[in-house]
Design a protein around this ligand. Structure first.
Ligand code: AMP
Length: 286
């Protein structure tokens, strides 16, 4: 496995692979990798000849008061992890490699980016769409892998690929959780022992929501109200949002029906965590 930091090196490798007719899978990440990222890399490994993992803490997707500086980083550990999963190439650029001084072109999507996380993180999805677009142009993958943990991001990327006619297959991968239910996240490392316990309120509330839907709840407003009430029982939790929206358009929906995304962002102390459940058209609720 190679670790490269320049766009030129990525292009040289990919060009050689494409000459041989090999398929390429891309897993975009911000690093500090865990089993959630691991599941994306494993899926990419199974379905492509070559696997590229990008590790880039993208400054453009962080707001001015967010955790860009403190975001955890450990390239050495990440490299070992990727190698153990059979990745072929890590692309780990410096911000200056991705954004020249005179950088001025952005991918700015409307509607889908204005709901849920977009409300409290107004510059976030512009940064995500721009960097993912750049990574797609640099790596030119056949397949790209994203987690359902960031379900709004996944919907936005799918929409961008459709809008801009990108010839890339977007693959969504299920949420990987800790044994006690907490969705794995690089940001979980910010939690104190007490906060780590309190953070369970997110996955417990998602579990409760799944049960309510399984029992036949059809009213999205009732579901959301019950979820909020449950979260409010936890003194360390502060709700950013809890919403039930159409899974494709991200617009609020009164009736519980597929495709649907029931998503939440909750502060545990200073750490903002997200979790969700997806009701897909095949009737699955996950
Ligand atoms: P990040 O490094 O947090 O930007 O995440 C990189 C990719 O990994 C995104 O597509 C995330 O949705 C995905 N991911 C992160 N955590 C998880 C998880 N617990 N389960 C599944 N996918 C995840």
């Amino acid at each position: 496995m190679k670790v490269v930091s320049t766009i030129k090196e990525v292009r040289e490798n990919v060009k050689e692979w494409k000459k041989q007719g090999l398929t390429v899978g891309l897993v975009p990440t911000m690093g500090y990798l865990h089993e959630g990222h691991g599941s994306l890399i494993k899926t990419a490994r199974e379905n492509n000849d070559k696997v590229v993992v990008s590790i880039f803490v993208n400054p453009m997707q962080f707001g001015p008061t967010e955790d860009l500086e403190s975001y955890p980083r450990d390239l050495e550990k990440d490299s070992k992890f990727c190698e153990s999963l059979g990745a072929d190439l890590i692309f780990h650029p410096e911000p200056e490699e991705m954004y020249h001084e005179d950088f001025s072109t952005y991918v700015d999507m409307s509607v889908l980016t204005e709901e849920l996380c977009g409300l409290s993180r107004p510059v976030h999805f512009r940064g995500v769409c721009t960097v993912v677009n750049k990574l797609f142009n640099i790596v030119q993958p056949d397949n790209a892998y994203f987690g359902e943990k960031d379900a709004q991001q996944l919907a936005i990327i799918r929409h961008m690929v459709q809008d801009l006619n990108m010839d890339i297959n977007i693959v969504g991968c299920p949420i990987i959780r800790e044994e006690d239910g907490l969705a794995k996240s690089s940001r979980n490392t910010y939690l104190s022992a007490e906060e780590r316990k309190a953070a369970l309120i997110l996955s417990q509330t998602i579990k409760m929501a799944k049960e309510l839907v399984a029992e036949g709840e059809k009213d999205a407003e009732v579901l959301v109200a019950k979820m909020k009430k449950n979260i409010e029982k936890e003194p360390l939790a502060k709700i950013d949002y809890v919403k039930a929206v159409n899974g494709l358009t991200m617009q609020q929906q009164k009736e519980i029906k597929a495709p649907m995304l029931v998503a939440m962002a909750v502060y545990i102390g200073k750490t903002r965590l997200i979790d969700n459940m997806i009701i897909s058209e095949d009737g699955q609720c996950r």
